[in-house]
Design a protein around this ligand. Structure first.
Ligand code: FES
Length: 62
């Protein structure tokens, strides 16, 4: 599995198979994709996934 941080954007998680996502309490997060974009800006309407809103709000991070 590889996690890549995109400047001013999400974390891209690429795995060799289905990615087992868990919330802060350890509960499973429904996901069937092999690649997911996780929100890093905090404003996505579909957290924990990125919905592209980071561009609209001008999120910046290395
Ligand atoms: S990082 Fe894309 S919406 Fe938050």
């Amino acid at each position: 599995m590889r996690i890549t941080t995109y400047p001013n954007g999400p974390l891209i998680v690429r795995g060799g198979g289905e990615i087992d996502l868990r919330d802060a309490g350890g509960a499973p997060v429904a996901n069937t994709r092999r690649t997911v974009a996780l929100c890093r800006c905090g404003v996505s309407a579909i957290k924990p996934f990125c919905d592209g809103t980071h561009k609209l709000v001008g999120f910046t991070a290395d």
